[in-house]
Design a binder for this molecule. Structure first.
Ligand code: HEM
Length: 519
């Protein structure tokens, strides 16, 4: 009713005569009654639509100001029954799935639920030209062929996902990538090399105080950038990681297609990143050794399609962002949670110590097999800190249990909602508690645990992410005695920022660690 009063006073402020005000309000009430009371009775096969007062605008305000809260409020409006519901944002209707069975069914549907439109939107967000975009999504034929093996005649967009899987799934290529990452992390987390002003806050002969957040950024962004592009990229554009972080911080403006007037910062950093990648691509090949197989294949294919260097840089920029946006934040939350609990810190450190061979080298396979507590910490942090969602466009009417999802609308699977399911995680679902994963080894396979999505877009980087995060923790915890130096409150998760991945800490929230070399 508050909204009705607001609407009335707005129309009043235009100086409209009372009869017009009354007419508008009557029409609004009638529209709302038909749409949210009458039509649902006539069409019980449609998922319930959460009511709203402003036609077209729908739930936009609540969703943009805090999407997590907006979706939780909608779910609780129906007493957490977890049936599908829909919301409307700026004229677009979006179905929301929060029940494990519905989510599993959606991930299995490859025929009428598509991700392509979102991928194209993302590329348009990076200003890829329409010609290059069409080229990337074109299927091979008489006028166009790709260079590498392509038995299923996929477009370059389709083949890129396959290339990712070949590079990032367990096998020779991941082993090679893991070794490059390991070499970098091993060197970077040595006392004498931990000198970057980006994260070292104080340093004496006995100890160093470091910012946990900035150290996580430094170690993982360097490792991934070097293992994908070799060293030349950062050497040629030393500011590229700062530009990436500044972009990452406001990248939701790109995803939510915010108008230019409020996106100056995002556009500036995006252009800086694209410039740096273009400069890298302009270097002769022999001056930029060390790129991995995936990066080389992508470049080869794009050059084969005569895509301009500028467009190539934009396409690679989108990939660079996907590769880097999540892992450093997850490392931050894992360490922050762990340091809250001395007993857990001791157990994780002891496990990691067993992963070093007698010659002092870290054994990558042991990171998987000898880390029970660390693995539970990884799962519990992924559960709590991942505010991603899988999104699909419905290309034809789709049956989901008793419900029909209509073609043309969108579908969202928000992980925050899945990961707070009381029926799966118990009454303390909001709390950090690794014992739920320690005591139930099958919980990580539960359909309500989807930190890496599922179906056609199941994250191919999940093995590398785990490996690099565990490596960084191994060197930090086994080389140094670490004390939490900051006295303040635990860093807060910035749930209010439209979430598109692992959640950031609220700006300014961090932890200061004091490191001393272990005896
Ligand atoms: C903790 C770290 C990470 C998390 C939580 C994460 C999460 C996700 C999620 C949820 C998706 C699926 C989104 C959807 O269904 O629409 C995804 C997709 C993807 N991720 Fe990750 N990711 C992580 C690290 C990485 C890394 C390190 C790489 C690469 C080196 C990577 C590469 C990708 C790619 C290429 C896709 C798109 C797959 C496709 O569209 O088919 N991710 N990631």
């Amino acid at each position: 009713m508050g909204l009705l009063a607001n609407a009335a006073s707005t129309i009043n402020a235009w100086g409209a005569p009372p009869v017009v005000i009354l007419g508008c309000l009557t029409a609004l009430v009638l529209w709302r009654f038909i749409r949210f009371t009458l039509l649902p009775k006539l069409h019980p096969e449609e998922p319930v639509e959460v009511p709203y007062w402003l036609p077209w605008v729908g739930h936009a305000r609540a969703y943009i100001s805090n999407p997590t809260k907006a979706l939780t409020d909608c779910r609780m409006l129906y007493h957490d029954d977890r049936k599908p519901f829909s919301i409307t944002i700026a004229g677009r209707r979006m179905y929301i799935l929060t029940a494990p069975d519905d989510v599993t069914a959606a991930y299995r549907n490859f025929s009428t639920l598509s991700m392509d439109i979102f991928t194209q939107d993302l590329m348009r967000g990076f200003n890829v030209s329409p010609w290059a975009l069409a080229r990337v999504f074109e299927k091979p034929g008489a006028s166009m062929q790709l260079v590498g093996p392509n038995p299923r005649r996929k477009s370059l967009a389709g083949l890129t996902v396959e290339h990712f899987r070949r590079q990032l799934f367990p096998g020779d290529k991941l082993t090679q990538l893991g070794q490059v990452t390991l070499d970098y992390v091993e060197r970077s987390v040595r006392w004498e090399n931990m000198i970057a002003p980006a994260y070292v806050m104080a340093s004496t002969g006995q100890y160093k105080d470091i910012s946990l957040l900035h150290w996580c950024e430094d170690v993982l962004l360097h490792a991934a950038t070097r293992s994908f592009f070799g060293n030349a990229f950062i050497e040629q554009s030393p500011n590229v990681l700062n530009d990436f972080l500044a972009f990452d911080n406001v990248s939701w403006k790109l995803m939510y297609q915010m108008p230019h007037i409020i996106s100056d910062d995002m556009l500036k950093y995006k252009h800086a990143l694209v410039d740096a990648i273009e400069k890298y691509l302009d270097l002769p090949q022999d001056q930029r050794p060390g790129a991995n197989w995936f990066t080389e294949m992508q470049e080869l294919e794009m050059r084969g399609l005569s895509i301009s260097t500028r467009d190539m840089a934009k396409l690679i920029c989108a990939i660079y962002w996907v590769i880097n946006t999540n892992a450093y934040k997850l490392l931050f939350w894992m360490l922050a949670f762990m340091f809250q609990d001395k007993d857990l810190t001791g157990k994780v450190t002891a496990e990691l110590a067993t992963c070093f061979r007698p010659d002092g080298k870290l054994d990558i396979p042991s990171l998987q097999s000898q880390t029970r507590y660390l693995t539970a910490l990884w799962h519990e942090t992924l559960r709590l800190a991942n505010s991603s969602a899988s999104a699909r466009v419905i290309t034809a009417d789709t049956q989901l249990g008793p419900y029909t999802l209509r073609a043309g609308h969108r579908l969202l699977i928000p992980y925050h909602q899945l990961h707070r399911n009381l029926a799966v995680y118990g009454s303390n679902a909001e709390a950090f508690d690794i014992s739920r994963f320690l005591n139930d080894e099958k919980l990580a396979q539960d359909p309500s645990f989807r930190p890496f999505g599922g179906g056609s877009t199941y994250c191919p980087g999940r093995f590398l992410a785990k490996q690099e995060i565990f490596m960084a923790m191994a060197f930090l915890l086994c080389r140094f005695d670490v004390q939490v130096q900051s006295q303040g409150a635990f860093p807060r998760m910035d749930d209010a920022k439209p979430g598109i991945g692992v959640v950031s800490p609220v700006e300014g929230d961090d932890m200061v660690l004091r490191l001393r070399v272990k005896e």
